[in-house]
Ligand binder design. Sequence first.
Ligand code: C5P
Length: 236
Amino acid sequence: MKQLKLLYAGKAKSVYRTENPGELVIKFRDDITAFDGQKKDTLAEKGHLNAGVSAFFFGLLEKNGINTHLIRKIDDTTMLAHHLAMIPLEVIVRNIAAGSMVKNYPVEKGTPLNPPVIVIDFKDDTRHDPMLNDDLIYALKLASPEELHELKRIALEVNTVLREYLAGRGIDLVDFKLEFGKKDGVIYVGDEISMDSMRLWDKKTGESLDKDVYRTGQGDVITQYHHVASRIMAEE
Ligand code: C5P
């Protein structure tokens, strides 16, 4: 497998073509950003920590019958993935109120959400990822009613798998964001599932174990990512 031309560089990952048009190489860089890229840094080891946790979670989802783009890990910071036609939606599942939900609506941080709340944003940095609803998604032709139903079903299934797994590690899955893509008519979970795209709270102490450490500037984010990665990936 040869890594060829850069196809796309995002805020924290770079995507390369391979000699097989159906496969891509995804490189997790050491870059970290917050607030629409207004705050940014490069932090040694971040790429391999997020690549490791993402590959681990994709493997866990596959074991539970959920399609993900992961084919295999290539090295510490790189994975080989199916080349998907990405759907420009950010599908967020919330189990506990936090972040923008608390900022935008009258709900207290830490309020349990039963059933979980699904929020879907339009993935477009230039527009600051505005929130969508079903009608807007159809009007903008971002997904058909059947596809949207499927995206929500998969998102809730991912939530069940991750939430249960993390609970076993003493961690509350507060919320997370998924991105999806299609290949040959099949929907796959794409992008990443890492400390950058989830909120994780220690069940005992309530301490943040995710990118909020960076957003708030409280504590050393890499120390925390190391800690949570080893907690997530440690053998039982
Ligand atoms: O900011 P907000 O509270 O809406 O984020 C909800 C969840 O989605 C958080 O876990 C956050 O890290 C994730 N998210 C993300 N990428 C975005 C927006 C949110 O990973 N562009």
